[in-house]
Design a protein around this ligand. Structure first.
Ligand code: MTE
Ligand code: MO
Length: 559
């Protein structure tokens, strides 16, 4: 038997949840985006989800994993809200307790985020209050209305007894003065039974109209409030501050990109990756907005002279500009979580020399404003390579998503152990004393980039014609440099590819090889050898715990 009531009740629950979220977003415009319950709870999920679940999320959704998480959270919330609505019709207290539980979760999540203060509890609390009032307004009066307007005519309930009105219990009391409470003497009959009529002008139809009208108004106001909240929060962002910045010229410019570094072949990754197409990986559900005016970098821990720098202090120092290829440890063989940019920044080595690390301080922990950490070997930062506290990327201030105002970039190390974005602290400690963010989650404390190579063209779907085919791609072994790249077809002998010139050993290199392709299906493989003489292993290993290995293999059909 179908009944109208649970559907109205579920709709009331979802509407109350929407009112709660909308008002929470509006409040979060004042208290900061990370205090939004959706964002805070999502962040908690990101930080506490078991590693296999996270891996699955990344595998399924790639760099859209965060959007998937937010959409998933919203759907789950919608389901719970519908259930709460149905339960609340039976007993309002159950619904209110449910909302209270969600509020508690929101408060707990918001208050445990890095740098949280008590005001971060407000969006959840006010959202819960608004949600609770909305729920009360909708369900305090009996929700026994005319048949669900969109159900097939035959689905109308026979006796008009709402499945969730307790036949023997006392009638639910209408909410005094609440928008959705039925007008005295309208739908609710003394027995708590609904008056159902198929005639358009009945009192039940009236109250149905009023109910759906109320739902429409609340959903509309919630949506407007939520969007306005997001918009206001966005206006509090730092894009304007970023655009107002003019970066000083470097005292040491990057070596110009040599002619021929870019083969310009279609499908081949360009030698320099634009900011727009540079991959983005981080745990931040909302991009941290860090005001350069108030930004400070604290260098402390096991040092002789702790030091605090402002953004102006940093820009006043001699800046260097270098091309460095940044790669993610989660990059699969053949993957594209890698990019090459021209970074402008202060050499970290000079800062370390000034603070004077104490003996035993073998790890430098970079800490972001959102609490994320990475651990970099002190020795690597002091061995003369161009490890930078970067303020510029490809001639612009760092894009906000790539760490504005300041981030780390260290040639030769994966991003998770070196490339802290939105950095606010450098803490000298030891590997024995501190595990950075990804280490307790099963990733290696040491993350040197593995020698790798990738075939960018032809792609499997290209179906090149028989005859000469340009096979090309990129290879990288940051800070060691690439000495040789070889290609083989159908498991045959390795053939030497040609290497394009590069700026330095700290960047990737494009390679190409002319293939006399014959019709049919063929397998192309690539391997690189770095300048220490080590050849990339063909043994296949996944990305965890310290980077994938194996030869990129592409199967193409030649026509
Ligand atoms: N604050 C912060 N910095 C971070 C991360 C992060 O999650 N939070 N992820 C790191 C990882 S795993 C990588 S690969 C690089 C990616 O930098 P990009 O997003 O600029 O490409 O940033 C690193 N810096
Ligand atoms: Mo990464």
């Amino acid at each position: 038997m179908s009944s109208t009531t649970p559907r109205y009740a579920a709709l009331a629950g979802v509407t109350a949840a929407a009112a709660a979220i909308g008002s929470a977003e509006l409040v979060a415009a004042l208290t900061g985006p990370r205090s939004s319950p959706l964002v805070a709870v999502g962040g908690l999920v990101v930080d506490t989800a078991p590693e296999p679940v996270k891996q699955l999320g990344i595998a399924l959704f790639g760099t859209y994993d965060k959007i998937a998480l937010l959409v998933g959270t919203a759907l789950l919330l919608g389901g719970f809200a519908a259930l709460l609505g149905v339960l609340a019709v039976r007993r309002l207290l159950i619904g209110l307790v449910g909302i209270g539980a969600f509020a508690a979760l929101g408060v707990m999540a918001a208050l445990t985020r890095a740098g949280a203060d008590v005001a971060d509890a407000l969006p959840s609390l006010i959202g819960a209050a608004v949600g609770g009032l909305t729920l009360w307004a909708f369900v305090a009066g009996p929700l026994e209305l005319d048949p669900w307007p969109w159900s097939s005519p035959g689905a109308a309930p026979a006796a008009g007894v709402g499945a969730y009105s307790e036949p023997t219990g006392p009638p639910a009391s209408p909410a005094p003065g609440s928008a959705a409470s039925p007008a005295p003497g309208s739908a609710a009959s003394p027995a708590g039974r609904s008056v159902v009529s198929r005639a358009g002008g009945s009192v039940a139809a009236d109250s149905r109209r009023r109910f759906l009208g109320g739902v429409g108004v609340v959903l509309g106001v919630a949506a407007v409030g939520g969007v306005a909240g997001r918009w206001l929060a966005g206006r509090r962002g730092v894009s304007a501050a970023r655009e107002a910045i003019t970066l000083p010229a470097p005292v040491s410019a990057a070596r110009p990109v040599p002619a021929g570094a870019d083969l310009g072949t279609p499908n081949l990754a360009s030698y320099v990756t634009s900011n727009k197409s540079f991959y983005r990986i981080d745990t931040a559900l909302v991009v941290p907005q860090v005001d350069p005016q108030t930004w400070r970098l604290r260098i402390h821990g096991r040092v002789r002279n702790p030091m605090t720098l402002s953004y102006a202090d940093l820009l006043a120092r001699p800046l260097v500009e270098r091309y460095v290829t940044l790669a993610c440890v989660s990059n699969e063989v053949g993957g594209n979580l890698i990019g090459n940019a021209r970074w402008l920044g202060v050499p970290i080595q000079e800062l370390l020399d000034e603070v004077g690390p104490l003996p035993g301080a073998d790890q430098v922990v970079g800490r972001s404003v959102d609490g994320w950490t990475c651990g970099t070997p002190t020795a690597v930062l002091r061995d003369g390579r161009d490890a930078l506290l970067a303020v510029g990327m490809n001639g612009e201030p760092l894009p906000v998503a790539h760490g504005f105002p300041v981030r780390m970039v260290v040639p030769g190390l994966y991003g998770y152990v070196s490339a802290c974005k939105w950095i606010t602290e450098l803490e000298l400690t030891s590997f024995a004393d501190f595990d950075a963010y990804w280490v307790p989650r099963g990733w290696s404390a040491q993350g040197p980039v593995k020698t790798q190579s990738r075939i960018d063209t032809p792609r499997p779907r290209n179906r090149p014609a028989a005859g000469p085919v340009m096979v090309a791609g990129v290879a990288w072994a940051q800070h060691r440099g690439i000495a040789r790249v070889e290609v083989r077809v159908d498991g045959g002998p390795w053939q030497q590819a040609e290497l394009a010139p590069t700026v330095s050993v700290d960047t990737w290199v494009q390679w190409s090889w002319r293939w006399e392709a014959t019709p049919g299906e063929h397998t192309l493989q690539v391997r690189a050898t770095d300048r220490t003489g080590e050849t990339q292993t063909g043994r296949e290993q996944g990305v965890a715990p310290d980077g994938a290995t194996g030869w990129h293999t592409v199967t193409v059909t030649v026509t």
